[in-house]
Design a binder for this molecule. Sequence first.
Ligand code: PGA
Length: 255
Amino acid sequence: METGTGSESYTLSVVDSYEEMSRQAADAVQEVLERVPDAAITLPTGETPAGMYQELVRRQEAGALDLHRSQIFLLDEYFGTSQQDEASLTRWLFEVFLIPAKIPERNIHLIPSVAADPELAAAEYEEELKAGGGLELAVVGLGRNGHVAFNEPGSEPDSRTRLLDLTEESRDQSSAYWEGEAEIPEQAITMGLGTILEARRIVLIASGAGKAGIVRRSLEDAPSLNVPGSWLPSVGERLHVILDTDAASELANRP
Ligand code: PGA
């Protein structure tokens, strides 16, 4: 494992394997929950974080970690999608983490994906988060087009939780995840890029050569609306980036 400090003073860890990335991401969650057991945290869905969830559940079952008091805020969801739908990100998080980790329902804050008035519901979600003390931790992945949660290219760095149109690229990435068998809606509700950037700790995880290009653009190019991930380094030492060697392979400034 190599660890160093990136040019914007965030912490960059480049590790040998997906498993080690997952362990370090779990370490970051554990560190926050040991300090603030009832912390408001937001967690990603997708291929990248699956190992982190397994590790967190394993640690809790071994008595090394207590996840029960954490306040989990959902990061994003397809609009019009409920937990009954196959392609629901919320459903995925329940199956992979929230149920195995036995997180009490009252500590789970669902993003309003079926609201009749999404603008109002999104504002209420932001209020709920504020009432929970604001995000202590945001763990995020990176889409191949640079999206963070479903903040697609063009998202403002101060954007809040909102309904937005998905790009074809993101819909294709999602469709590939469900091997083309699930219908991917055209819109999503996402926690805002600004909401995420305000978290007191942000952990970015990425794995595999397919992410190397967008990781480089996010970490080494100037912040740009075209690449939502490129705003992450601007939070400085609040950011910890954990990459496996393949995802880090195009970085010029690797530690
Ligand atoms: P992935 O998705 O972990 O399935 O690659 C990451 C993302 O799109 O945020």
